[in-house]
Design a protein around this ligand. Structure first.
Ligand code: HEC
Length: 462
């Protein structure tokens, strides 16, 4: 499937370079930490304000530098004082309102391994620093700058598969292009990690890499999900206005394709702000993804609108597992492709359920909507009737495609039911809404909508 993100306005074009690399922060050591704690404790007693070198730089290195450094997606660098200083007021505002770092999960539900939120103490420190005029502090206090691993994050891949051509990307509009290439693996392979490497960072916006058995199968797969109810225009699908409407796929048992169960998802993705894919989720070699013999890889590349044409040769680096894992890591993708959002409708509710057919653990969830997306909630009704809210994203933003990784994988035993409830705002009050007069249905273009959940699961609850 195509994902159309983000809005292709000129201000967003810089985001096409977005690609988070591993950030390594030199350990501060116990001493540094103690100094920090002592400082916090004494802050109200001694009236010395926090300084950049001593107090703020470590926070920025840890929580901001992955995006706010030269060449990355954010508009300014926060890794050195000179660059950060003019932004002090905006920084204070952004952290106090929790606009930054971007994180959209309601803290009342679920615990996430990649929770990006600052603590109250950290927010207070930044606020005090800004209020005190953003002092620099003593240069000797400055901790070593973080090191970033550019390029292949996990070292040299075992296998690199590219799109098979130097593709000329035309200027002036967003381009979606599929490339299907052979892996030439004579036997099945277990993959422990994968990194999509854009050939041209200025042009490649995001990439999905799928495993396909063969070309014909791939073509059939692309039309099957719509049951003949969609049209293809410029390579992009849209469900017809006249297609059947099912907004609550949990209540209605229809014969429409993929309204229950799940679909297999992609092998690897490059999404702005998302790190490369690590399939060894527990770090002990017990999970990996499988590539069947003779598999082909289909790259689905979104090239952002660019002023000048250019060439791209995107690739994916595969890191092979030394042996078969105990459990394959699987994608369980949930979609409702048959919703309809009426013109002006401010709170359209669209649902999709998944009745768990065998014990699984849920590792991560990524909700995906477009401009009209407003809220996403995931609940699990356990086999014994207990109801649990796994994740609530009360203020969904199309600008951020965040994956929420559970701190402790969620046990979804056989007979439990995962309920995804999405809310959409097609009214004029939604500032992101491109057209409040439109009848909105599923479509690849950002101006259409989607109702997708990408998950990662492993079989078994133990
Ligand atoms: C995942 C990437 C990412 C992280 C992490 C991140 N930022 Fe940002 N930040 C952005 C992007 C992209 C923008 C520009 C777009 C926007 O404003 O949403 C931005 C914008 C800002 C702005 C301008 C806000 C405005 O209102 O225009 C400030 C200030 C800021 N960030 C501060 C921070 C601070 C401080 C941190 C760490 C505590 C941080 N950011 C962490 C990506 C990030």
């Amino acid at each position: 499937m195509q994902v159309t993100w983000p809005p292709s306005s000129p201000t967003r074009n810089g985001l096409s370079r977005a690609y988070t690399e591993l950030i390594e922060i030199p350990p501060r050591g116990a001493l540094g930490m103690r100094r920090f704690l002592v400082f916090s404790a004494l802050a109200s007693v001694a009236s010395a304000a926090p300084t950049f070198t001593k107090d703020i730089a470590p926070l920025f290195y840890k929580h901001c530098a992955s995006c706010h450094r030269p060449g990355e997606l954010a508009p300014m660098s926060l890794v050195d004082y000179e660059s950060a200083r003019p932004w002090a007021k905006a920084i204070r505002q952004a952290v106090a309102t929790r606009k930054m770092p971007p994180w959209f999960a309601d803290p009342r539900y679920g615990q996430f391994a990649n929770d990006a939120r600052l603590s109250e103490a950290e927010i207070n420190l930044i606020t005090e620093w800004a209020a005190a005029g953003a002092p620099r502090g003593d240069a000797r206090d400055l901790p070593p700058a973080p090191k970033f691993i550019e390029g292949w994050r996990f070292g040299k891949p075992d296998v690199i598969v590219d799109i098979g051509q130097d593709f000329t990307v035309p200027a002036g509009s967003d381009v979606y292009k599929d490339f299907t290439v052979p892996t030439r693996f004579s036997e099945g392979k277990w993959v422990r990690a994968a990194q999509v490497m854009p050939g041209n960072r200025q042009l490649v916006h995001h990439v999905h890499v799928f495993v396909v058995p063969d070309d014909e199968g791939a073509a059939a797969n692309r039309t099957a999900p719509f049951g003949g109810f969609a049209d293809l225009k410029n390579g992009l699908w849209r469900v017809r206005d006249s297609a059947p409407v099912v907004n609550d796929a949990c209540a209605e048992n229809t014969a429409l394709p993929n309204m229950s169960g799940f679909e297999d998802g992609s092998l690897a993705t490059m999404l702005p702000g998302k790190p490369p894919d690590l399939f060894d989720v527990f770090g002990d070699g017990s999970t990996a993804k499988y590539l069947p013999p003779g598999a082909k890889l289909k790259f689905q590349v979104h090239y952002a609108k660019a002023a000048k044409p250019g060439t791209d040769r995107t690739s994916v680096g595969l890191y092979l597992a030394p042996h078969a894992p105990e459990k394959p890591l699987k994608r369980v993708d949930l979609r409702n492709r048959f919703f309809l959002i009426a013109p002006g409708e401010a709170n359209a509710v669209v649902k999709r359920c998944y009745d768990v057919e065998e014990d699984k653990r849920l590792i991560a969830i990524t909700p995906h909507m477009h401009y009209r997306g407003k809220r996403a909630t995931y609940e699990l009704v356990h086999a014994d009737g207990r109801r649990e809210t796994l994740l609530s994203v009360p203020n969904y933003s199309f600008e951020w495609q965040l994956q929420y990784r559970f701190k402790d994988p969620v046990r979804m035993e056989k007979g439990s039911r995962l309920i995804a409830t999405f809310h959409y705002d097609n009214s004029r009050n939604n500032p992101a809404n491109p057209d409040a007069a439109a009848i909105v249905r599923w479509g690849d273009r950002s101006e259409d909508e989607m109702m997708v959940t990408w998950t990662e699961t492993v079989d078994g609850v133990k």
